[in-house]
Design a protein around this ligand. Structure first.
Ligand code: CA
Length: 430
């Protein structure tokens, strides 16, 4: 059943909902006060408790097996079942939640207002890898250091990434404690120790790995999309002053590992299907990907057209009842490599990927001002502060600042869907 064939939901507030109409059906882990975390599906402003629907006997066959795999408060075992199980569950949920469903009475008892629920990480994350596939970000940052030669020679051959820290990934809403660390103040030859003074955000797409691979067995590019369970928003909070001092020669370390925020809902590959597009053509003179990264079907439909947005709400803006101010409006089309290319490259040396592993895309900036996905780019390293409606200015984030990431998928003829929000408020260093 595709998006256009789907009618309305009997859950009225889902129809036309900004993020979670019937066409989306993202999965997550939620809890109600005093209860253990369990799997739910976002529908409008409510969450459908899948364990309660299972107990009511409304699932059978592959859909029942899919829900049984979610029991226990993490989606890893469900992710491991792959696409067939996800599709079976989706088809059943479309029937149950669609207009004319015969089971509304039983389902109403399993629906809870989202505002009364707490959302958790959707899976136990074994490994987290952060890529660098946003080419405009790579150019913008490269320009700050190498004006004549912003991209390093490997960029157009290798989906660049580094191994991040899984233990400090947190769901939206978790406060961001300003990290302390070593920095080298301008003009000094010896480092100082103290709170980060250049705290930044990075707007990224998060990718949840579904079925993994055996160690030693690479995932072929043509199969790689099948290994992705779904997507989220990811904020790779970054301490630029710590990063500048520590990053050579092995890359980011403590400048990134203090927290990474993700939106809690897993938007499935199936829900995003109508928003796939061809990978944008490479610029003239760019090399073709090596053959292990090149697949005709992936090139023809392996990219995404997803609008991404970042908003800032400072403490003073909250006091003045001002709305959050947009810092960034960009799009996933700025990804130089597809998600399938990231999966194929990650495993080509025999590295094992496992269900519930998380990838970050890298910062997704556009080419033009207004579309830069970090303050490092927007302010050119602090040289040009952002002016806010409250009369404040920002070079980097200050205590009390809240960052809000959003994503929206829009295409003529199909229902729009969104990702929900990825929020985080900066709090003072310990
Ligand atoms: Ca990053």
């Amino acid at each position: 059943m595709n998006h256009t064939a789907i009618a309305r939901s009997w859950v009225e507030h889902a129809n036309g909902h900004r993020d979670f109409p019937l066409q989306n059906l993202p999965l997550g882990i939620f809890s109600r006060p005093g209860q253990a975390p369990r799997c739910g599906v976002a529908i409008g402003d409510a969450i459908l408790d899948l364990e309660a629907v299972l107990a009511a006997g409304l699932f059978d066959g592959a859909a029942k097996a899919a829900v049984e795999a979610t029991v226990g408060g993490a989606l890893n075992a469900f992710f491991a079942l792959g696409r067939t199980a996800r599709v079976a569950l989706r088809e059943r949920l479309l029937a149950l939640l669609g207009e004319g469903s015969e089971h509304q009475g039983a389902l109403k008892a399993a629906l809870h207002p989202a505002s009364e629920c707490e959302l958790h990480l959707p899976a136990k994350i074994g490994d987290y890898t952060d890529f660098y596939v946003g080419i405009e970000h790579a150019k913008n940052v490269g320009k700050l250091f190498r004006p004549d030669n912003p991209l390093l020679p490997n960029y157009k051959y290798v989906p660049i990434g580094y191994h991040g820290r899984a233990s400090t990934i947190r769901p939206s809403g978790t406060d961001v404690r300003r990290p302390k660390g070593q920095t080298l103040p301008a003009g000094q030859t010896e480092p100082s120790f103290g709170p980060c003074a250049r705290l930044d955000y990075e707007l990224e797409l998060g990718i949840w790995i579904g079925q993994g691979n055996e160690m030693g067995q690479a995932i072929a590019i043509g199969d790689a999309a099948e290994h992705v369970a779904g997507y989220c928003l990811l904020n790779d909070w970054s301490a630029r002053d710590i990063q500048a001092w520590e990053y050579q020669p092995l890359g980011p370390f403590l400048s990134k590992s203090f927290i990474t925020s993700v939106s809690p809902w897993v938007v499935t590959a199936e829900a995003l299907e109508p928003f796939r597009c061809a990978q944008p053509a490479r610029a003239e003179g760019d090399p073709q990907p090596l053959s292990y990264l090149l697949d005709a079907r992936d090139q023809a439909g392996g990219a995404f057209d997803i609008e991404l947005e970042v908003l800032l709400l400072t403490a003073r803006m909250r006091e003045q009842n001002l709305p959050a101010q947009r810092l960034t409006l960009s799009n996933t089309r700025s990804m130089y490599w597809t998600v399938a290319q990231m999966v194929a490259h990650h495993s080509v040396n025999g590295c094992q990927l496992q269900p519930g592993d998380l990838f970050g895309s890298g910062t997704l900036s556009g080419a033009a001002p207004g579309s830069f996905g970090s303050l490092l780019e927007i302010t050119e390293g602090g040289k040009h502060p952002v002016e806010l409606a409250s009369g404040e200015v920002r070079k980097f984030l200050e205590d009390g600042d809240e960052l809000i990431l959003r994503a929206r998928c829009v295409r003529d003829g199909v229902a729009s869907i969104g990702f929900g929000e990825c929020r985080g408020t900066v709090v003072a260093a310990n």
